[in-house]
Ligand binder design. Sequence first.
Ligand SMILES: C[S@@+](CC[C@H](N)C(=O)[O-])C[C@H]1O[C@@H](n2cnc3c(N)ncnc32)[C@H](O)[C@@H]1O
Length: 231
Amino acid sequence: MDMPVPETYEAGLQYWPYRLSLAKVLEAIQVTTLPGATVLDIMCGPGYLLGQLCKAYPSLRLTGVDIEEQYIDFGRRRYPNVSFEVGDVCTWRSTDGFSTVVCTGALHHVPYGNQGAAIHNISRMVKPGGVVIISDCYVDEYANETERRLAAAKLGDAYLRETIRAGAPPDVLAWTADITKNDVCGEEFKPCLRDRVPLLGAAFKNIQTFRVWPEESGTGYGDYIHICGPC
Ligand SMILES: C[S@@+](CC[C@H](N)C(=O)[O-])C[C@H]1O[C@@H](n2cnc3c(N)ncnc32)[C@H](O)[C@@H]1O
């Protein structure tokens, strides 16, 4: 699947409901991470979250890893105080563990059958006593492929409407509409929360899960955050 150019991706972050989730992840990092600690953003995209962290908490030692070279090149240019590497979430290793590991809005880019391996590998990136913060977007529960596609279409419709309401420009709307096509046609792999929970439970103890968007109560589609640890 082709990702948007870094500029479009970063512009989208101002309009997507996902911006609310990123703001909550920043708050969670502030609460769980001591000054001077090491933070890894695995599947970091063009590095927006790391840039925000760098501005707000300059003492943190920040690393970003993503599989897309164009995003890593962009991150290196825009955020020179962050260390960036190209790497795959299923195989990347560091010599030392990190105090805090974040993986935001990204695991649904890993094929369904590899998501457990990705989460297991993330659990090996954190130091003993550290915290892992994972956010991701889920569809409603489904029992077969037709229901999965319908659930993806429902999420995509709600997501696009919110992005239109937020006043997004045409290039952002075009990419947002593409997310629905990617999900429905199986180019991205958003699970339902029911199917993600056991994969997290196999890798981490002490998991707190909450939904950021939409705000209505219930356990259906939307953007969720899992705070895992201390590990
Ligand atoms: C939707 S973006 C999320 C980026 C960023 N975490 C954020 O919150 O804005 C998903 C990212 O996952 C990256 N990605 C996809 N498959 C990957 C893999 N196997 N290993 C590492 N990164 C991957 C993509 O290149 C993309 O930057």
